[in-house]
Design a binder for this molecule. Sequence first.
Ligand code: F6R
Length: 609
Amino acid sequence: MCGIVGYTGDEQAVPIIIEGLKRLEYRGYDSAGVAVVHDSALCVTKEVGKLGALAAALEKSPSVGATGIGHTRWATHGEPSRANAHPHHDCAKSFSLIHNGIIENYLEIKEELSRAGHEFVSETDTEVVVHLIEENYSGDLLQAMLATMKRLKGAYALAVVTAHEPDTIVAARCGSPLAIGFGDGFNMIASDASAMLGRTRRVAYIDELQAARIRPDECVICDIDGAEIEPEIKEVTLSLNDIEKGDHPHFMIKEIFEQPALIRDVLARRISPTSGEVDFSEARLDELGLEHVEKILIVACGTASHAGMVGKYYIENMARLPVDADVASEFRYRNPVVDEKTLVIAISQSGETADTLAAIKEARRRGAKALSLVNVEGSSIDRESDSRIYVYAGPEIAVASTKAYTAQLLSLLLFSLYLGRKRGTLDKRRCAELVDELMSIPEKIQWTLDNHDTLKACSKTFSDAPNFLYLGRNYNYPNALEGALKLKELSYIHAEGCGAGEMKHGPIALIDDKFPVVCLAPAGRVYEKMMSNIQEIKARHGVVVAIATEGDEEIARLCEHVIYVPATDEMISPLLTVVPLQLLAYYITTIKGLDVDQPRNLAKSVTVE
Ligand code: F6R
């Protein structure tokens, strides 16, 4: 939610800030703005809409200055409008501030400041912060920020510039990510390191309740009481290729096509070339005391929660431990039965999802150990966990998650094999059989990617359908939910996912001859059951799009639309059946002419509740 970039050095700040914001636009895109300090004055430009609108405005009327901050917004308080766009200013327009997060006690502060004569021009929670800085400023911006932080409740990454200190940016963090980039004669801040990549790879993260002052040749980090902290600078290894579209028309299709390579890479990291066993030594899982675990709880949101549901099936099956899979936003407000014999697994691509972060904090507070499955190293969830398994999907920029989901499924499957072997519930032969089959999955996904003419034809046929139903069973039930989520979030077509066995308990009433039902029916134990569901749909003149195993002619006799995936073990089949679901959502969305990478109302990293 919301992207932040700041630069102070000897080059023009605006092009550098816009370049950084482009890489952060996935975080929010309803408005954008920059503030630049020049000749002891602030120049602010803001536009409603995507970053392109701001870039065009700045081209028409350039802002000069070598120190500045920029923001791309995902609205929480106040509709997307110029007044609500960041940066916000104080009464005297001497300070400009940007914010990612939510200030929960803003109303109380606003009333107090209004009584003291401050005037507000936006509906945002953010505006109170810049007026507090104005109140607290007596010649030192960093001190003003520290005093301000003491008044704030909620989550924030903040950055502020002032006409009084022309080459200075002050930033602060509580609950929302913020990184500092160290350069030669310049320094930067950003919501994530990718925004600074073209400029510097030397990065340190600001920790909870810390603030930083950067100038071209100086960086001071301190805690909320002003005690200085030595930054822990790391070298970022990402390449620019990883975060650019290359020849692909959209990030989403690039990321879908990256899946074979990422699976190959994860298997190379996780399967010992000598023993053929799953190797998690890098993840230091021993620190979790796995031998004492009596119950596992998986928490996640959205797509990651669908991966969690598959993970429950994997771990129960392979390691014979009871597993609950819960959406983090519900878990945190229940009174869950969690203790020191519980292992909590948090799954998150970004590692910043506020509900998932709060859920593991709560579980740890109750004595559980936390293992995170994250894609972004150094993210808040990573740092909040006792151990971590990186899923190694690489940067995922399209708002809709695709390759990170596949990487989460793979890591969960490997973890279940590891746990099964450790607990003696999985024999070596079955484990080896599954590992062997996994080795063939990159090729099998590639086959699916290379053979999707039927899928493209289906996308054309159904792009005007107002509703879709997705059905799956057992390992493929969560994929039915995932397929429906992908379609609705991208194409705005209403779609529902349902366990196929539940269809007759309600959803069957929806079926008529205009209602497409996507049925996940790969070979396996529940294949016959899925065929019965398909018969029930056909008997009601429903239109079925089946996802089935290559060579299955029986299903082709029954359904007019069949999309094939190669044969595999049914446990592994979700890694294959999800690919046509991703492509179906992608093609339908492009046919409708909608923005695949940045669907309306969404943001990639949900750092607010
Ligand atoms: C959907 C999607 C979201 C995320 C969810 C959790 O395509 O991307 O549902 O899966 O917001 O995000 P992370 O995994 O970053 O915690």
